[in-house]
Design a binder for this molecule. Structure first.
Ligand code: KG4
Ligand code: ZN
Length: 333
């Protein structure tokens, strides 16, 4: 089945063509430069940039995939969660393509897309799974007893992991988005240099809290500066990253063991993090668990993951009506 995927939930305009879980084209027009000088995503600018980028990207995605509109057997689009105006652009385009070609429309939850990015490359192992979804907007642990069924085990009570990376990077003057910059910086630093708090590590539940850690890092920087000492940015980045990764790895593995699940799936932009990939692979294997994560370009926002999740729903006979609307707070269920 040849399925078109469209993703415009935040600041990347993305279009992909996927055929039976094989990526035929996967294009992204990033708006990073547009938002960088504001230190974060400006919703109105994002919507407008999506409008400008989408049509040419659609043409190029089909061309690279070597197919025409008439070859499409499904149109998958992100319907939430995300920025309402941004989502609307992708949804309108998807409806137009579906209407004009007669291919069925399927709305996809962005977070489901992040999880399904794994199946583009690995093929689905047998469920059940425990999924750690960590992105700029979300940090959650999900139990997936079967395909397309989700039970949220826990989530962040304040900031998302990616958001914390972005805020600390901004404080260190490392630009936006901050995740990749801190990841690179941390490789030169000592993860044990500064003892930052491991919030909710022993809370006994599957929730996360990151705002305390963020405050601790900012307070440390201020105190050192006021004392006339220079902060080693690599040590700071490595120590902060280690505090985040410590809790995420421990809770994810505990969730898998407590749920009696053998396979862990990771999804979302923060899964591009070198240290997270390294530690969860090693510690998961030591606990006898299989750990899967997408390749780097499929961790951050893309449309191939949306097409992949959508294709699976279409194959089950699911369809989305043309009256579907953007749902900025859409829950994973
Ligand atoms: O999934 P994503 O592309 O967009 C959302 O759905 O939010 O995730 C973007 C987030 C950003 O906060 C970015 O800083 C973070 O993922 N990120 C990383 C890395 N690469 C991207 N965080 C830590 N380490 C990385 N290597
Ligand atoms: Zn995302």
């Amino acid at each position: 089945m040849i399925v078109l995927g469209i993703e415009t939930s935040c600041d990347e305009t993305a279009v992909a063509v996927v055929e039976d879980r094989r990526v035929r084209s996967n294009l992204i027009a990033s708006q990073t430069d547009l938002h960088a000088r504001f230190g974060g995503v400006v919703p109105e600018l994002a919507s407008r940039a999506h409008v400008e980028a989408l049509n040419p990207l659609l043409d190029r995605a089909l061309e690279e995939a070597g197919c025409r509109f008439s070859d499409l057997e499904g149109v998958a689009v992100t319907v939430g969660p995300g920025l309402v105006g941004a989502l609307l652009v992708g949804i309108s385009a998807a409806k137009a393509v579906a209407y004009a070609t007669g291919a069925p429309l399927i709305g996809v939850n962005h977070l489901e897309g992040h999880i399904w990015a794994n199946f583009l490359e690995h093929g689905p192992p047998e469920p059940p799974y425990v999924c750690l979804v960590v992105s700029g907007g979300h940090t959650m642990l999900v139990h997936m007893p079967e395909e397309h069924r989700y039970e949220v085990l826990g989530q962040t009570v304040d900031d998302a992991a990616g958001e914390a990376f972005d805020k600390i990077a901004r404080c260190l003057g490392r630009g936006f988005p901050g995740g990749p910059a801190l990841d690179a910086l941390a490789r030169e630093g000592d993860p044990n240099a500064i003892a930052f708090p491991r919030a909710m590590a022993d809370s006994g539940d599957y929730d996360f809290s990151l705002s305390g850690l963020k405050t601790a890092v900012l307070r440390y920087v201020r105190a050192e500066t006021e004392a006339g000492r220079t902060v080693n940015p690599a040590d700071l980045a490595a120590s902060f990253q280690e505090a985040v990764v410590d809790v995420q790895v421990a809770k994810t593995i505990r969730a898998a063991l407590e749920k009696g699940v053998r396979t862990i799936l990771l999804g979302g932009g923060v899964v591009a993090n070198t240290r997270l990939r390294e530690r969860i692979s090693a510690e998961g294997a030591a606990a006898g668990l299989r750990v899967l994560y997408p390749s780097l370009e499929l961790c951050t926002d893309n449309a191939a993951m949306i097409a992949c999740a959508g294709a699976s729903r279409l194959a089950r006979g699911e369809r989305t009506g043309f009256d579907v609307e953007a749902d900025p707070g859409l829950e994973l269920a």
